[in-house]
Design a protein around this ligand. Structure first.
Ligand SMILES: [Zn+2]
Length: 135
C-alpha cells in the first residue's frame, strides 16, 4: 500500500547529502570559519531531521498495521474475536485492553471463582460467557 504511494521527500536524502558536500567544499574554498561552522550545523540538523522522519515512518507503519487489525475485529458478546488464517473466529479477547492499548488479551474461561464468566487476566474485566457461534 505505502510502497506504491510516492511521497515527495521520501527520496530526497541522497540529493541533500550531495548538496551538503558541495556546500562544504565551497565553504572550505572561501576560508570563512563562520560559514564552515554554519554548514556543519546545517548538516547536524538535517541528520536529526532525517532520523525523526525515519522514526515517524516506522510509527506510521505500526499504526497502519494496527488499523488493519482493527478492521478484522468482530465484536460479539461484548468482546472481540479475530478470524484466524482459515477464517475461523478465535477469541474472546478483552474489549477494554484492546480499545485502550491495542493489546489482544485472551479472556480466561470460567472457573469456580468466576462461574459463567470470562475474565480478563490483565484488567480483570468480566464478561458473561457465551459461545462464538451464538449471535
Ligand atoms: Zn482486559
Amino acid at each position: 500500500m505505502s510502497s506504491t504511494h510516492s511521497m515527495p521527500g521520501a527520496n530526497a536524502w541522497p540529493m541533500v547529502r550531495s548538496i551538503l558536500g558541495d556546500l562544504k567544499k565551497a565553504a572550505a574554498q572561501i576560508r570563512d570559519a563562520d560559514i564552515r561552522s554554519k554548514v556543519l550545523d546545517l548538516q547536524e540538523h538535517l541528520v536529526d531531521m532525517r532520523e525523526y522522519a525515519l522514526e515517524l515512518r516506522e510509527e506510521n507503519t505500526r499504526l497502519r498495521a494496527q488499523m488493519d487489525d482493527r478492521g478484522r475485529a468482530v465484536f460479539r458478546h461484548g468482546a472481540y474475536w479475530f478470524p484466524d488464517p482459515e477464517g475461523e473466529l478465535t477469541g474472546p479477547f478483552c474489549r477494554q485492553c484492546y480499545d485502550s492499548v491495542g493489546l489482544r488479551t485472551r479472556l480466561h474461561e470460567p472457573t469456580a471463582q468466576t462461574p459463567g464468566r470470562w475474565v480478563c487476566p490483565t484488567c480483570k474485566m468480566a464478561y458473561e460467557k457465551k459461545t462464538a457461534s451464538t449471535r
